[in-house]
Write a protein that binds this ligand. Structure first.
Ligand code: NDP
Length: 458
């Protein structure tokens, strides 16, 4: 069903996520669509004056260079209300102010989101109301199932947007376009030709003052359980007949239902590390344990690596290694597809040093196909060449692409309830093995590539 949202109600509007990610994305979206009439209502527990509210939105919009008539109209009509959004009467008051069909964006701590869903249980939401929920969605399989059940009492699954901005339209479509719009890739996209797939998201940034959230989540939950499993499911899906929400999300769900920790052993198939003091491009970072707000007893990892397998015909035996960490010396955001060795190299050509490798870079979206060719000089010598291409920037910031889906009532890019639960199920054995101390928490200096003895990926 296509809906037209006329009010965006942001709960937790005075928080970091709303001002740094959501509002700039909204500004960009409205700049592109000056014809869109959208009222913005902010609600939060902070006391924010109207003047301050306008100043905050204006600053967030300026970050996205937002302008035009839709922005002007929004600034003229927007309001902020101090409210405890976990109280039914206050939610009713906020909803009464919404014009037309609202989208409610929960930019709230997860525990508060659950309470708001309780508070909404006795409220008749306007037909077509869209609910957008930030990650993390639950804290394990059971709590994700409970939250799904709570949400199901409020609206239909198609009206629920479990946000994962890694599923921004351009990244998803670039992956699907590369694979399905070219005859040369799809026939090779299987275990007969692909040796391994590594999905790496290494950041140079450290904690950046986010201990309150990160020290309880860690790299596994923050990145692998959510974003990287989603990316893997798009990479590995069967060809969908259409790009509609049902086909895309079914195809992702099928991959994730077949995904397990490789060999059934979290001990052998996962690693975790934590940064110590070091320097990144001249910037000194303290030991993670000395970062403000960090509790050593949480035993939080800042680097996680897990190898999965997808138990189906297409991917049997192919290791999928997902890795992400903070405070690393080199920023890497890529899917690395390593092809199998050729079955026979004609005698006379020099040995190959490496097989063919396809790198699909995420944000900015680019690709590089590393091929073996007869290079310059001796024609029997095999050398290496990279075919590089840029996909170009998407129309919007990743959050803008997600927000557009929410405002149009299109959940294609959001995570379906069964999938959100399944992603917790997939990582549960790893979380348990780590909690039970079966996998050592290894140190690595900030600015390095990770613990010294970890084999490099891709
Ligand atoms: P913050 O703590 O900065 O913001 C949460 C906001 O919710 C605050 O303004 C807080 O007000 C408000 N709030 C809390 N309880 C209530 C209540 N009962 N009634 C009304 N308002 C309330 O968190 P973030 O903005 O960082 O994160 C929000 C969500 O977004 C989280 O789920 C997070 O995981 C997710 N997220 C955040 C990202 C980020 O970079 N920040 C990135 C991706 C996802 P007060 O401070 O006064 O309590």
């Amino acid at each position: 069903m296509t809906v037209s949202i006329s009010t965006l109600l942001v709960l937790g509007a005075s928080g970091d996520m709303a001002s740094r990610l959501l509002l700039p994305a909204l500004g960009q979206l409205l700049t592109e669509h000056p014809e869109r009439q959208l009222r913005l209502i902010g609600a939060g527990s902070d006391d924010v004056s109207h003047q301050d509210w306008i100043a905050r939105i204006t600053a967030s919009f300026a970050a996205a260079d937002a302008k035009g008539s839709a922005i002007k109209n929004l600034l003229a009509s927007t309001v902020y209300h101090r409210a405890d959004v976990t109280v039914t009467a206050e939610m009713k008051r906020l909803l009464a102010e919404c014009e037309g069909t609202p989208a409610i964006y929960f930019a709230l701590p997860p525990a508060v989101t659950t309470l708001v869903c309780d508070a909404l249980a006795s409220v008749d939401l306007p037909a077509g109301t869209q609910l957008a929920l930030e990650k993390p969605f639950g804290a394990d399989e059971e709590s994700a199932a409970d939250l799904n059940a709570q949400l199901a009492k409020l609206v239909t699954e198609e009206q629920i947007h479990r946000v994962d901005h890694f599923l921004g339209l351009s990244t998803v479509l670039n992956l699907l376009g590369l694979r399905f719009a070219n005859r040369i890739f799809e026939p090779l996209w299987n275990s007969e030709h692909i040796k391994r797939v590594d999905i790496v998201y290494d950041e140079e940034l450290g904690l950046e003052g986010r201990a309150g959230y990160y020290d309880h989540a860690g790299a596994l939950v923050d990145m692998i359980q959510s974003h990287l499993l989603q990316v893997m499911s798009i990479f590995a899906m069967e060809p969908p007949a259409t790009l509609g929400a049902a086909d895309l999300r079914d195809a992702k769900g099928i991959v994730l239902r077949a995904t397990r920790v490789r060999g059934g052993s979290a001990k052998r198939s996962s690693r975790r590390g934590r940064y110590t003091a070091g320097t990144i491009e001249g910037r000194k970072l303290p030991d993670y344990l000395d970062e403000p707000g960090v509790e050593a007893s949480n035993g939080t990892e800042t680097l996680a690596e897990v190898t999965f397998e997808i138990d189906n015909w297409r991917w049997k035996g192919v290791p999928f290694t997902l890795r992400s960490g903070k405070a690393l010396g080199v920023r890497r955001r890529e899917i690395v597809v390593t092809f199998k060795d050729v079955p026979h190299l004609p005698t006379g050509l020099t040995e190959l040093e490496k097989p063919t490798i396809l790198r699909i870079l995420l944000a900015p979206d680019e690709m590089s196909l590393e091929l073996n060719i007869n290079g310059p000089g001796d024609p029997y010598n095999i050398g290496r060449v990279n075919l590089d291409a840029s996909f170009g920037p998407g129309q919007f910031l990743a959050y803008g692409e997600v927000l557009e889906g929410i405002l149009e009532g299109d959940p294609s890019l959001s995570v379906r309830g069964d999938t959100a639960k399944q992603c917790w199920h997939i990582v549960a054995p790893v979380l348990k093995a780590w909690k039970d101390g079966k996998v050592p928490l290894e140190d690595y200096p900030a600015g390095s590539r990770g613990p010294q003895d970890w084999p490099s990926l891709g």
